[in-house]
Write a protein that binds this ligand. Structure first.
Ligand code: AMP
Length: 287
Protein backbone atom coordinates (compact mmCIF):
# COMPACT_ATOMS: atom_id res chain seq x y z
CA UNK A 1 0.00 0.00 0.00
CA UNK A 2 1.56 3.35 -0.94
CA UNK A 3 2.47 5.48 2.08
CA UNK A 4 1.17 9.00 2.44
CA UNK A 5 3.56 11.69 1.18
CA UNK A 6 5.99 12.81 3.88
CA UNK A 7 5.83 16.51 4.70
CA UNK A 8 9.14 18.33 4.89
CA UNK A 9 9.27 21.36 7.17
CA UNK A 10 11.97 23.75 8.24
CA UNK A 11 10.27 26.43 10.32
CA UNK A 12 8.70 26.66 13.76
CA UNK A 13 5.40 27.66 12.16
CA UNK A 14 5.29 24.52 10.01
CA UNK A 15 6.24 22.32 12.98
CA UNK A 16 3.41 23.77 15.06
CA UNK A 17 0.87 23.36 12.30
CA UNK A 18 1.91 19.69 11.91
CA UNK A 19 1.39 19.09 15.64
CA UNK A 20 -1.95 20.91 15.61
CA UNK A 21 -3.21 18.69 12.78
CA UNK A 22 -2.00 15.50 14.48
CA UNK A 23 -3.66 16.53 17.75
CA UNK A 24 -6.91 17.32 15.95
CA UNK A 25 -6.78 13.82 14.45
CA UNK A 26 -6.18 12.47 18.00
CA UNK A 27 -3.04 10.79 16.78
CA UNK A 28 -0.32 9.57 19.10
CA UNK A 29 2.81 11.46 18.02
CA UNK A 30 6.31 9.96 18.00
CA UNK A 31 9.48 12.03 17.66
CA UNK A 32 12.87 10.75 16.46
CA UNK A 33 15.63 13.36 16.79
CA UNK A 34 18.75 12.76 14.66
CA UNK A 35 21.72 14.56 13.20
CA UNK A 36 21.25 12.88 9.82
CA UNK A 37 23.77 10.68 7.95
CA UNK A 38 21.15 8.06 8.65
CA UNK A 39 21.93 4.37 9.02
CA UNK A 40 20.00 1.30 10.20
CA UNK A 41 20.38 2.42 13.84
CA UNK A 42 18.42 5.59 13.14
CA UNK A 43 15.92 3.71 10.98
CA UNK A 44 15.26 1.25 13.82
CA UNK A 45 14.11 4.20 15.94
CA UNK A 46 11.77 5.30 13.16
CA UNK A 47 10.35 1.78 12.89
CA UNK A 48 9.87 1.63 16.67
CA UNK A 49 8.03 4.96 16.50
CA UNK A 50 5.90 3.74 13.62
CA UNK A 51 4.87 0.66 15.61
CA UNK A 52 3.32 2.62 18.47
CA UNK A 53 2.53 6.07 17.07
CA UNK A 54 0.08 7.05 14.33
CA UNK A 55 2.07 10.16 13.50
CA UNK A 56 5.88 10.13 13.30
CA UNK A 57 8.20 13.13 13.03
CA UNK A 58 11.92 12.75 12.34
CA UNK A 59 14.22 15.71 12.88
CA UNK A 60 17.53 16.12 11.09
CA UNK A 61 19.72 18.85 12.53
CA UNK A 62 23.46 18.89 13.14
CA UNK A 63 23.43 20.72 16.45
CA UNK A 64 26.44 23.03 16.76
CA UNK A 65 25.88 23.48 20.52
CA UNK A 66 26.89 19.90 21.27
CA UNK A 67 30.25 20.04 19.47
CA UNK A 68 33.36 21.23 21.30
CA UNK A 69 35.77 23.79 19.84
CA UNK A 70 38.14 21.09 18.62
CA UNK A 71 35.46 18.67 17.43
CA UNK A 72 34.25 17.68 14.00
CA UNK A 73 31.22 19.99 13.43
CA UNK A 74 32.27 21.21 9.97
CA UNK A 75 33.34 17.70 8.94
CA UNK A 76 30.25 15.97 10.38
CA UNK A 77 28.69 14.00 7.48
CA UNK A 78 25.72 15.67 5.81
CA UNK A 79 23.93 13.34 3.39
CA UNK A 80 20.49 14.87 3.15
CA UNK A 81 19.51 13.36 -0.23
CA UNK A 82 20.38 9.85 0.93
CA UNK A 83 18.62 10.51 4.26
CA UNK A 84 15.37 11.50 2.53
CA UNK A 85 15.65 8.42 0.34
CA UNK A 86 16.24 6.16 3.37
CA UNK A 87 13.14 7.55 5.08
CA UNK A 88 10.99 7.41 1.97
CA UNK A 89 9.25 4.09 2.53
CA UNK A 90 9.15 4.11 6.34
CA UNK A 91 5.86 5.96 6.62
CA UNK A 92 7.29 9.10 8.25
CA UNK A 93 4.74 11.93 8.44
CA UNK A 94 7.08 14.86 9.00
CA UNK A 95 10.77 15.45 8.39
CA UNK A 96 11.85 18.56 10.25
CA UNK A 97 14.98 20.10 8.73
CA UNK A 98 15.51 23.44 10.44
CA UNK A 99 18.37 25.79 9.57
CA UNK A 100 20.88 26.85 12.17
CA UNK A 101 19.34 30.36 12.17
CA UNK A 102 15.89 28.93 12.80
CA UNK A 103 17.01 27.22 16.00
CA UNK A 104 19.81 29.54 17.10
CA UNK A 105 18.90 33.02 15.83
CA UNK A 106 20.94 36.07 16.77
CA UNK A 107 20.56 36.74 20.46
CA UNK A 108 20.08 33.09 21.44
CA UNK A 109 21.59 32.71 24.92
CA UNK A 110 19.55 30.26 27.05
CA UNK A 111 20.95 26.79 27.74
CA UNK A 112 19.86 23.82 29.84
CA UNK A 113 22.18 22.96 32.74
CA UNK A 114 22.19 19.17 32.38
CA UNK A 115 21.57 16.79 35.32
CA UNK A 116 24.31 15.15 37.41
CA UNK A 117 24.23 12.00 35.28
CA UNK A 118 25.89 14.12 32.55
CA UNK A 119 29.02 14.74 34.64
CA UNK A 120 31.15 11.56 34.36
CA UNK A 121 32.39 9.79 31.20
CA UNK A 122 31.32 11.89 28.16
CA UNK A 123 30.86 14.90 30.45
CA UNK A 124 34.48 14.62 31.51
CA UNK A 125 35.89 14.36 28.00
CA UNK A 126 33.37 16.60 26.21
CA UNK A 127 32.58 19.25 28.83
CA UNK A 128 29.90 21.25 26.94
CA UNK A 129 28.44 18.32 25.06
CA UNK A 130 25.43 17.47 27.21
CA UNK A 131 24.56 21.13 27.73
CA UNK A 132 24.15 21.29 23.95
CA UNK A 133 22.28 17.97 23.77
CA UNK A 134 19.85 18.84 26.59
CA UNK A 135 19.20 22.27 25.07
CA UNK A 136 18.44 21.03 21.57
CA UNK A 137 16.30 18.13 22.78
CA UNK A 138 14.23 20.44 24.98
CA UNK A 139 13.86 22.87 22.06
CA UNK A 140 12.74 20.06 19.74
CA UNK A 141 10.28 18.79 22.35
CA UNK A 142 8.86 22.31 22.61
CA UNK A 143 8.62 22.71 18.84
CA UNK A 144 7.23 19.22 18.26
CA UNK A 145 5.55 18.23 21.54
CA UNK A 146 5.29 14.52 20.92
CA UNK A 147 3.77 11.85 23.14
CA UNK A 148 6.87 9.64 22.88
CA UNK A 149 10.45 10.46 21.89
CA UNK A 150 12.79 7.68 20.76
CA UNK A 151 16.50 7.48 21.56
CA UNK A 152 19.14 4.80 20.94
CA UNK A 153 20.84 2.91 23.73
CA UNK A 154 23.99 3.43 21.63
CA UNK A 155 24.29 6.82 23.34
CA UNK A 156 23.43 5.39 26.75
CA UNK A 157 24.53 8.35 28.84
CA UNK A 158 22.66 10.71 26.52
CA UNK A 159 19.50 8.66 27.03
CA UNK A 160 19.90 8.89 30.83
CA UNK A 161 20.55 12.65 30.62
CA UNK A 162 17.39 13.19 28.58
CA UNK A 163 15.32 10.91 30.77
CA UNK A 164 16.38 12.83 33.88
CA UNK A 165 15.94 16.25 32.24
CA UNK A 166 12.40 15.39 31.14
CA UNK A 167 11.59 14.18 34.65
CA UNK A 168 13.18 17.14 36.43
CA UNK A 169 11.62 19.76 34.14
CA UNK A 170 8.19 18.08 33.94
CA UNK A 171 8.28 17.76 30.17
CA UNK A 172 5.12 15.85 29.19
CA UNK A 173 6.73 13.19 27.01
CA UNK A 174 7.60 9.53 27.39
CA UNK A 175 11.24 8.70 26.61
CA UNK A 176 11.79 5.33 24.99
CA UNK A 177 15.18 3.65 24.57
CA UNK A 178 15.80 1.37 21.57
CA UNK A 179 18.46 -1.38 21.36
CA UNK A 180 21.84 -0.81 19.69
CA UNK A 181 21.90 -1.83 16.03
CA UNK A 182 25.21 -3.44 15.06
CA UNK A 183 27.08 -4.44 11.91
CA UNK A 184 27.29 -8.22 11.37
CA UNK A 185 30.71 -8.33 13.12
CA UNK A 186 29.39 -6.45 16.14
CA UNK A 187 30.55 -2.86 15.49
CA UNK A 188 27.83 -0.48 16.66
CA UNK A 189 26.46 1.48 13.72
CA UNK A 190 27.46 5.13 13.82
CA UNK A 191 27.55 8.05 11.42
CA UNK A 192 31.23 8.35 12.33
CA UNK A 193 32.10 4.82 11.10
CA UNK A 194 32.39 6.24 7.58
CA UNK A 195 35.56 8.06 8.67
CA UNK A 196 37.35 4.75 9.31
CA UNK A 197 39.98 3.48 6.86
CA UNK A 198 39.66 -0.24 5.96
CA UNK A 199 42.35 -1.11 8.53
CA UNK A 200 40.68 1.01 11.21
CA UNK A 201 37.31 -0.51 10.38
CA UNK A 202 38.73 -3.97 11.07
CA UNK A 203 40.28 -2.89 14.35
CA UNK A 204 37.16 -0.99 15.45
CA UNK A 205 35.37 -4.26 16.14
CA UNK A 206 37.56 -4.48 19.27
CA UNK A 207 35.14 -2.10 21.04
CA UNK A 208 32.18 -4.45 20.74
CA UNK A 209 34.46 -7.48 21.29
CA UNK A 210 35.68 -5.93 24.54
CA UNK A 211 32.14 -5.22 25.72
CA UNK A 212 31.01 -8.75 24.77
CA UNK A 213 33.92 -10.16 26.78
CA UNK A 214 33.01 -8.00 29.78
CA UNK A 215 29.42 -9.23 29.56
CA UNK A 216 30.57 -12.85 29.24
CA UNK A 217 32.82 -12.54 32.32
CA UNK A 218 30.01 -10.90 34.27
CA UNK A 219 27.59 -13.66 33.23
CA UNK A 220 30.25 -16.18 34.37
CA UNK A 221 30.26 -14.66 37.84
CA UNK A 222 32.88 -11.87 37.79
CA UNK A 223 31.65 -8.90 39.84
CA UNK A 224 34.72 -6.69 40.12
CA UNK A 225 34.47 -3.62 37.89
CA UNK A 226 38.24 -3.20 37.72
CA UNK A 227 38.70 -6.79 36.52
CA UNK A 228 36.22 -6.23 33.70
CA UNK A 229 37.83 -2.87 32.90
CA UNK A 230 41.25 -4.54 32.61
CA UNK A 231 39.90 -7.21 30.26
CA UNK A 232 38.33 -4.54 28.07
CA UNK A 233 41.49 -2.42 27.90
CA UNK A 234 43.54 -5.47 27.04
CA UNK A 235 41.31 -6.31 24.05
CA UNK A 236 41.46 -2.71 22.86
CA UNK A 237 45.25 -2.55 23.18
CA UNK A 238 45.62 -5.82 21.25
CA UNK A 239 43.81 -4.08 18.37
CA UNK A 240 46.28 -1.18 18.66
CA UNK A 241 43.59 1.06 20.15
CA UNK A 242 45.63 2.95 22.71
CA UNK A 243 43.87 6.28 23.02
CA UNK A 244 41.13 5.14 25.38
CA UNK A 245 39.05 7.86 27.06
CA UNK A 246 37.36 5.24 29.21
CA UNK A 247 36.62 1.51 29.32
CA UNK A 248 34.79 1.10 32.59
CA UNK A 249 31.75 -0.14 34.47
CA UNK A 250 29.18 2.14 36.11
CA UNK A 251 25.81 2.12 37.83
CA UNK A 252 23.34 2.00 34.93
CA UNK A 253 21.07 4.66 36.41
CA UNK A 254 23.43 7.23 37.93
CA UNK A 255 26.50 6.48 35.74
CA UNK A 256 28.60 6.65 38.91
CA UNK A 257 31.61 4.32 38.87
CA UNK A 258 31.15 1.25 41.09
CA UNK A 259 33.69 -1.22 42.51
CA UNK A 260 31.37 -4.20 42.73
CA UNK A 261 28.64 -4.99 40.22
CA UNK A 262 25.85 -5.47 42.72
CA UNK A 263 23.15 -3.49 40.90
CA UNK A 264 22.08 -2.87 37.29
CA UNK A 265 25.31 -1.77 35.61
CA UNK A 266 26.64 -0.72 32.23
CA UNK A 267 30.06 -1.24 30.67
CA UNK A 268 31.06 1.79 28.59
CA UNK A 269 33.86 2.48 26.15
CA UNK A 270 35.01 5.62 24.36
CA UNK A 271 38.19 5.25 22.34
CA UNK A 272 39.91 6.61 19.26
CA UNK A 273 40.41 4.32 16.31
CA UNK A 274 42.88 6.39 14.34
CA UNK A 275 41.46 9.90 14.55
CA UNK A 276 37.85 8.77 14.93
CA UNK A 277 36.34 8.70 18.41
CA UNK A 278 33.86 5.85 18.83
CA UNK A 279 31.58 5.01 21.76
CA UNK A 280 29.75 1.81 22.64
CA UNK A 281 28.25 0.14 25.70
CA UNK A 282 26.51 -2.94 27.00
CA UNK A 283 24.17 -3.43 29.91
CA UNK A 284 25.20 -5.85 32.64
CA UNK A 285 22.02 -6.92 34.33
CA UNK A 286 22.60 -7.69 38.01
CA UNK A 287 20.24 -9.80 40.12
P1 AMP B 1 22.73 10.91 16.09
O1 AMP B 1 22.27 11.19 14.70
O2 AMP B 1 24.08 10.27 16.17
O3 AMP B 1 22.56 12.09 17.01
O4 AMP B 1 21.75 9.79 16.65
C1 AMP B 1 20.35 9.99 16.67
C2 AMP B 1 19.70 8.89 17.45
O5 AMP B 1 20.00 7.63 16.87
C3 AMP B 1 20.21 8.84 18.91
O6 AMP B 1 19.11 8.56 19.77
C4 AMP B 1 21.17 7.68 18.87
O7 AMP B 1 21.33 7.04 20.11
C5 AMP B 1 20.50 6.76 17.87
N1 AMP B 1 21.47 5.81 17.31
C6 AMP B 1 22.65 6.11 16.72
N2 AMP B 1 23.30 4.97 16.39
C7 AMP B 1 22.51 3.94 16.79
C8 AMP B 1 22.63 2.51 16.74
N3 AMP B 1 23.70 1.90 16.22
N4 AMP B 1 21.62 1.78 17.25
C9 AMP B 1 20.52 2.38 17.80
N5 AMP B 1 20.36 3.70 17.87
C10 AMP B 1 21.34 4.48 17.38
Amino acid sequence: MPEEITKIASTEREARSFIRAAREGRKRIGLVPTMGALHEGHLSLVRAARRTCESVAVTIFVNPAQFGQTEDLSKYPRTIDEDLEALRDLGVDLIFLPSQDELYPNGFSTYVLPPAVADPFEGQFRPEHFRGVATIVLKLLNLLPADVAFFGQKDFQQFQVIRQMVKDLNVPVEIQACPIVREPDGLAMSSRNRYLTPDERERAVALSDALAEAKRCFDDGATSSSTLAEYMSEILRKAKITKIDYAEVADANTLQRIDQIDRPAVALIAAYVGRTRLIDNTLLAAE
